[in-house]
Design a protein around this ligand. Structure first.
Ligand code: MOS
Length: 703
């Protein structure tokens, strides 16, 4: 009987609820010292002086590291996108953004380190900064095309000129913070030229690669463990400042050093999703047939490191049109370098594109579901490739049936409950799927169990549990015979928990290792190991377009007197290939939809243009959805099987988030008749002026 497909609770669930799971900052460690980050309070300039005299005389203080005395790092170190200057901490006197770590105080206790950090006297020479993001910024430049070329098919302008109906609108999404429950933390020590770290990250192997480059030592001398990770959402995908700085301090003071960031430090010093500004032009015939899609998107980044917020991807995938053009623009500013967050690119991109499609339906006086059905492509519209598996229409039809969509009156402001305006909306979306190189090894033990070792990470998704099922099926045994080891760079090269490609990549490696083990095993009764590096199937240009899909439906109630938007119902139908564990999968996409709700209504990093600093970088100022904001959320999967995957899998990490904000914005339009083209949909953006009652004496003398 297949274990894949069966709902099973998390293997480590008991450990977590009992408080027995150890995270990076609570592993017991003898002789531990504590580091406290000091961060820049100006957005651009140079450090003139750091006066540590007072701090060094304070109780328990071991020392202060800054650019004048810190170990030198290899400047060639980079990230997934290329060379990354943001990794070069404490290497020079430059301040590239507010929040940049510029010193580390090390002491016997975290309290002593914190007190001494407050006593450091830092003097800086400020230079004019620029955090003013907009699409037409003079520094704007074409984004990297490392994820694929821009679309430029057909003649967009001619098609728009010939279209019966045109939409041409501007959408904005703000800078957002990942807000994983566990703040970034690392515990690091050195021994015999090797560095060891318990670190909170999304991929121990890639962190070990970056750290080994920074220190110019063999990767085999870097041992990164991330047994349990309290969420990441992309904010822990890189080699974080905590592990870099702690490795410096541990080397300098010859002791284990722990850095546990405060929430405010996570906001200012780790990463965020960049703000976007997007222009979408759509043209259609009177029957709703699309003639043109033109999607322009700009996002902010830091000159320190390349990054791609791929907002325009879905314009190449979702709809058939004779002319499709995309233009992605990067705007370098003096801000925290961005990182992938909760469906990078696709999520803000979907908000713009799927809002615009809803606006087109409005102008055509057509059901937005019907409009989408009329424009489904037979093959990928830009690449021309056949689709691998595309069950988007099934998601739409089944979602519509369960949500009760057919009964909807499509006219806005057509439903009221007392003072409340009620509306519903939908969005469809896609998210790119595939695998990245990973390796796995399996050992057949004497007691007839199997130890499966893979450098995977479980950031709260249930990856450990899913991979146990995959291994059990691959070996033809029960899950009780599988012991899984993950979260350790010593387990070999593996992709991280990111890009919605963790579980597919790791499963592929486990499958190959199991195949090899079964061949090796024969009639053997000896313990046998099979180690496999899988490097096949990594292809940004596959011969079929491999994507996951969703249709998200939302119902919102709006109080026009206060501007309050309450989402009442969310329903998502998803096509994600074969589902490994429906219990975990449902939980993950529901979590994703809640993140989408949170993006739609709450989340926004505000920067003070005068100082360039975040004005609300903590959980008091940065709002996100709490329990009371989360309504009846339902999610399910249509039957699907990915033919390009040996097990039929596709990733489902981020597809839950991608379409939700647009579905909610469209529901708010349906409720109120007013478009919300700027996220979040704050009260002040929804509030309607109270109807003025014309009493006596109109000053204009009209009545
Ligand atoms: Mo995910 S935002 O690709 O770590």
């Amino acid at each position: 009987m297949s274990t894949v497909g069966a709902p099973r609770p998390r293997i480590e669930g008991r450990l977590k609820v009992a408080g027995a799971a150890r995270y990076a900052s609570d592993v017991p460690m003898p002789d531990l010292a504590h580091g406290w980050m000091v961060t820049a309070t100006i957005a651009k300039g140079r450090i003139r002086d750091i006066d540590a005299a007072t701090a060094l005389g304070m109780p328990g203080v071991l020392g202060v590291l800054d650019h004048r005395n810190a170990p030198r790092l290899n400047p060639r170190a980079g990230n997934y996108f290329g060379p990354d200057g943001s990794l070069q901490l404490l290497q020079d006197d430059m301040i590239p953004y507010a929040g940049r770590p510029i010193a580390l105080v090390v002491a016997e206790t975290p309290e002593q380190a914190r007190a001494a950090a407050a006593a450091l006297r830092v003097t800086c020479d400020a230079e004019p900064h620029d955090v003013d993001f907009h699409l037409g910024h003079p520094a704007a430049r074409p984004a990297s095309t490392a994820f694929g070329p821009e679309a430029d098919t057909g003649d967009v302008d001619a098609e728009l000129a010939a279209a019966a109906v045109v939409v041409d609108e501007r959408y904005r999404t703000p800078e957002e913070s990942h807000c994983a429950l566990e703040p970034h933390a690392a515990t690091v020590w050195w021994a015999d030229g090797h560095v060891y770290a318990m670190d909170s990250n999304q991929g121990a192997f890639s962190v070990s690669e970056v750290l080994s480059t920074l220190w110019s030592i063999d990767r085999e001398r870097v041992h990164i463990r991330a047994e349990h990770v309290g969420g990441g959402f992309g904010g822990k995908s890189a080699c974080g400042p905590q592990v870099i700085l702690a490795s410096m301090a541990a080397e300098r003071f010859g002791r284990p050093v722990r850095i546990a960031m405060t929430r405010a430090q996570v906001f200012e010093a780790t990463a965020s999703r960049p703000p976007t500004e997007q222009l979408v032009r759509l043209g259609a015939d009177a029957d709703g047939r699309l003639r043109a899609i033109h999607h322009r998107a700009a996002y902010a980044l830091s000159p320190l490191a390349e990054y791609i917020e791929w907002c325009t991807e879905q314009a190449k995938i979702l709809y058939a049109a004779p002319a499709i053009r995309t233009q992605l623009t990067a705007v370098p500013l003096d801000i925290l370098p961005p990182a992938s967050m909760r469906g990078p690119g696709a999520t803000p991109g979907s908000f713009a594109l799927e809002s615009a499609i809803d606006e087109l339906a409005e102008r055509l006086e057509m059901d937005p579901l019907e409009l989408r059905l009329r424009n489904q492509p037979a093959a990928a519209p830009v690449s021309g490739l056949p689709f691998s598996s595309r069950r988007l229409v099934s998601c739409l039809r089944e979602g519509a049936r369960r949500f009760g969509w057919p009964a909807r009156d499509r006219r806005p402001r057509s439903r009221r409950e007392g003072p409340l305006l009620i509306g519903s909306g939908l969005a469809t979306t896609s998210f790119s799927a595939g695998v990245f190189p990973s390796s796995a090894s399996i050992t057949a033990e004497k007691d007839e169990t199997f130890t499966v070792s893979i450098g995977a990470s479980d950031i709260g998704t249930g990856a450990r549990t899913a991979l146990t099922a995959v291994a059990a099926d691959a070996l033809g045994v029960g899950t009780e015979q599988i012991r899984i080891r993950i979260g350790d760079s010593d387990l070999g090269m593996a992709w991280g928990a990111g890009g919605s490609r963790g579980t597919t990549s790791w499963s592929f490696a486990i499958l190959e290792a199991a195949k090899k083990l079964r061949e090796n095993l024969g009639d053997s009764v000896r313990p046998v190991t099979a180690t496999v590096d899988t490097t096949a199937m990594i292809n940004f240009q596959p011969d079929r377009e491999r994507q996951t899909y969703s249709a998200v439906f939302a119902e919102a109630a709006v109080d026009p007197a206060t501007g309050e938007v309450r989402v009442r119902r969310l329903l998502g139908m998803f096509a994600v290939g074969r589902v490994i564990n429906p219990l975990l999968a449902r939980s993950q996409v529901i979590g994703g939809m809640i993140m989408g709700l949170s993006m739609a209504l709450h989340e926004e990093c505000l920067r003070d243009p005068r100082t360039g600093r975040q004005a609300n970088g903590d959980f008091a100022g940065y709002h996100f959805a709490a329990h009371a904001d989360v309504p009846d959320v339902e999610a399910d999967f249509v039957p699907d099987y990915e033919p390009q995957d040996p097990s039929g899998f596709n990733g489902l990490g981020e597809i839950g988030t991608a379409g939700t904000a647009a579905a909610i914005a469209n529901a708010v339009w349906h409720a109120t008749g007013t478009r919300q083209r700027i996220l979040p949909i704050r009260l002040d953006r929804v509030l309607e002026p109270a109807t003025t009652v014309d009493v006596a004496g109109d000053l204009d003398g009209g009545g």
